[in-house]
Design a protein around this ligand. Structure first.
Ligand code: PLP
Length: 445
């Protein structure tokens, strides 16, 4: 942007100082803002009219594309009809409808939905469900929670405790006690440039047996993992890994939670990664694509057995002392139902699967570009990993991000990894545009 254009933009914008932005370099942003003021389909538009192809679907969430007319209409209609009703001891029809619709597309046996407002809340809710479930069954000593290195489960205290991303943890004290971590599955020596799931590494699941041996199964409540780790840079499960984790959990009576906040709603080429991989966990956390990003909402999807375990005690008693003022908010529920309609009517989960090969081929054409040390993909999620500049971690990816932005494409960076998760309506020409923009950025650097 020229100095003149920057000055003009600043004159048209509100004062930027008071807003403390999340996961953002506030000072850098405010000195050179990138403002998005409008979006439609796969495109966003900046305040000053620049058109951008959104290669990350917002933040892995706008799976149906931005401002889908049917979702917009559903939200508008709901806002005129019922803006809010008390979430405790009262209900409204849309939220029951959404729960029913989710049970139709969930893996078999996962029939219940508990609504929250974000992925972080979904994770903390699922962890609490797991602890309470064991206690209700008379196994109250099962209090340990097992996460995974490089896992991202949001920013609540539960989520950062089981999560495995150091900067998200280190400033925030001791966190939950009794948490342990599996190793992550990312290994460039064995699996660099994998197309789809890597061949090597299923044995890494066996580390769970060592953790069980160390603590004893009778103390472990749950294992939580992302079937495909997203925020740490698209880390794929080796073939057979998730099946092995499932088996070990079964052997020891440990609940398995899949955090599908990113992989849910088509991203992995099916309604849920659990369905695509044919591995059914006990609880699934979702958010993001649940409303196609249009209204904040998350949920924990639970097996019938878990719900039934709670449905005891005196009639009329509250069974789970947990919930949020905005659990199942009418606007979010309406957006969720409309998003599920769009996914079904436009066949978007199938479309994601159908576009997978073109996406894979296009991304892997970047393998030999400067500084690329890995390219990986599954469904409509992918990553290009760059060799970090010595003593300047993240600088290479940030430079590529800026260059792509200037060239009209929004990508996501995490460390020195460029991540891609386009809306499921993306077409081949647009995939090409994303990849050529990255190629240009890498060559220019
Ligand atoms: C796997 C996973 N879990 C949880 C979260 C947290 O979701 P939210 O930002 O809505 O709290 C995220 C966000 O990216 C995520 O990727």
């Amino acid at each position: 942007m020229t100095d003149n254009a920057a000055r003009q933009l600043a004159a048209e914008l509100p004062d930027l100082e008071a807003y403390w932005m999340p996961f953002t370099g506030n000072r850098a942003f405010k000195s050179s803002p990138r403002m998005i003021s409008r979006a439609e389909g796969v495109h966003c538009y900046t305040h000053d009219g620049k058109k951008l192809l959104d290669a990350v679907a917002g933040l892995w969430c706008c799976n149906a594309g931005h401002c889908h007319p049917k979702i917009v209409e559903a939200i508008q209609k709901q806002a005129e009809t019922l803006d809010y009703s008390m979430a405790f001891q009262l209900g409204h029809p849309k939220v029951f409808e959404l729960a029913n619709r989710l049970s139709e597309i969930s893996p078999e046996g996962i029939d219940y939905a508990f609504f929250v407002n974000s992925g972080s809340e979904a994770v903390d809710t699922a962890l609490k469900m797991a602890l309470a479930y064991h206690r209700l069954r008379g196994e109250g000593a099962r209090t340990r929670l097992i996460g995974r290195a490089r896992g991202y489960h949001g920013v609540g205290f539960g989520g950062i405790s089981v999560g495995g991303i150091s900067p998200n943890r280190k400033m925030f004290g001791a966190q939950l006690p009794g948490v342990d971590h599996l190793p992550h599955t990312h290994n460039l020596e064995h699996n660099a440039r994998s197309r789809g799931l890597p061949e090597w590494g299923a044995h890494l699941a066996d580390e769970l047996e060592n953790i069980v041996a160390l603590h004893d199964a009778s103390t472990i409540a749950a294992v939580i993992i992302e079937p495909i780790a997203g925020s740490a840079g698209v880390l794929l499960p080796p073939k057979g890994y998730l099946e092995r984790i499932r088996k070990i959990c079964d052997r020891h009576g440990i609940l398995l939670i899949f955090d599908e906040v990113i992989t849910g709603f088509g991203r992995a080429g099916d309604a849920f990664a659990a369905r695509r991989f044919n591995v059914t966990p006990d609880l699934i956390t979702v958010a993001k694509g649940l409303t196609s990003g249009a209204v904040p909402m998350g949920a924990v999807l639970a097996k019938g057995d878990i719900y039934d375990t709670f449905m005891t005690g005196p009639p009329g008693a509250i069974e789970f002392f947990h919930g949020y003022t905005y659990s199942g908010h009418p606007l979010a529920a309406a957006a969720g139902c409309a998003a599920l309609d769009v996914y079904r009517d436009e066949g978007l989960f199938e479309r994601a699967r159908a576009m997978e090969q073109a996406f894979e081929d296009a991304l892997h054409s970047l393998e030999n570009e400067p500084h690329v040390i890995d390219v990986r993909n599954f469904g409509l999620i992918g990553a290009v990993e760059l060799e970090p500049i010595a003593d300047q971690p993240t600088a290479r990816a940030l430079a590529a991000f800026r260059s792509c932005f200037d060239n009209g494409v929004i990508v996501r960076t995490t460390g020195d990894i460029l991540a891609f998760s386009p809306p499921l309506i993306i077409d081949e020409a647009q995939i090409e545009q994303i990849v050529e923009s990255v190629r240009g950025a890498l060559r220019a650097a």
